[in-house]
Design a protein around this ligand. Structure first.
Ligand SMILES: NC(=O)c1ccc[n+]([C@@H]2O[C@H](COP(=O)([O-])OP(=O)(O)OC[C@H]3O[C@@H](n4cnc5c(N)ncnc54)[C@H](OP(=O)(O)O)[C@@H]3O)[C@@H](O)[C@H]2O)c1
Length: 190
């Protein structure tokens, strides 16, 4: 069965962006990026792959899930089709097919049911790109958690999981500290 992996950059206080989506604090350079390019290049948008002369390898994922706010974060750079190398699903109750290019599917019904359906289909793996609201809805469906923990506190911004209180356990399967100050922690649902 396909697994759902939530791979995301996070601050020390569990924020995945600043208020209003400000992402400027999160570094896009440093030695942790070598790990990303090697193992998780499929989490890079097509425009970034092209700029670096890399090609998608579908080694771990071939499907990406985004909440509408995460998808819309690319609009300011003119990006409306961020991951054409993958099956793309955007969750929104207020938008539909007319709001996205061909090839992107907008789902307004229960994300849990959609993820359970996708897990039963053929494919490599499913990446939960974000953001915090969608991750909150899907918290109990996440099989693997890959956190790029950045060495700063933001104090405000979307939470890693925007959901009601519950102690959901994950077992640490790996942890690598990089010279950049980023620590990559990998977990599997306990
Ligand atoms: N640090 C990282 O690696 C990383 C990764 C991804 C995103 N981000 C950042 O996270 C921020 C966005 O996160 P967010 O928590 O604000 O929003 P989000 O989860 O990306 O999107 C929220 C939207 O998703 C839709 N949605 C939520 N629950 C739904 C449900 N049950 N059924 C159908 N649709 C549903 C709704 O869209 P409608 O209102 O249209 O119905 C809702 O407004 C952005 O700033 C982005 O840059 C950071």
């Amino acid at each position: 069965m396909r697994e759902l992996t939530y791979l995301v950059a996070v601050s020390l206080d569990g924020r995945i962006a600043g208020p209003d989506g400000d992402f400027s604090a999160f570094p896009v350079e440093g030695d942790h990026m070598e790990w990303l390019f090697r193992d998780w290049r499929d989490t890079l948008p097509a425009v970034a792959l092209e700029a670096m002369g890399l090609e998608a390898d579908h080694a771990r994922i071939d499907c990406v899930l985004m909440g509408w706010n995460t998808y819309a974060a690319g609009f300011s750079q003119g990006v409306r089709d961020p991951y054409p190398q993958h099956e793309q699903v955007v969750f929104s109750r207020r938008r539909g097919p007319a709001d996205v290019p061909d090839g992107i599917r907008v789902v307004g019904s229960d994300p849990v049911a959609e993820v359970r359906r996708l897990k039963q289909t053929d494919g490599v793996g499913i990446w939960l790109c974000g953001g915090g609201q969608l991750a909150g809805v899907l918290a109990d469906e996440v099989d693997r958690l890959v956190l790029k923990v950045n060495p700063f506190v933001l104090g405000d911004g979307p939470a890693l999981f925007d959901t009601a209180y519950a102690a959901r356990s994950f077992a640490l399967t790996g942890s690598t500290a990089y010279g950049s100050g980023v620590v990559v922690n990998e977990y599997r649902r306990a």
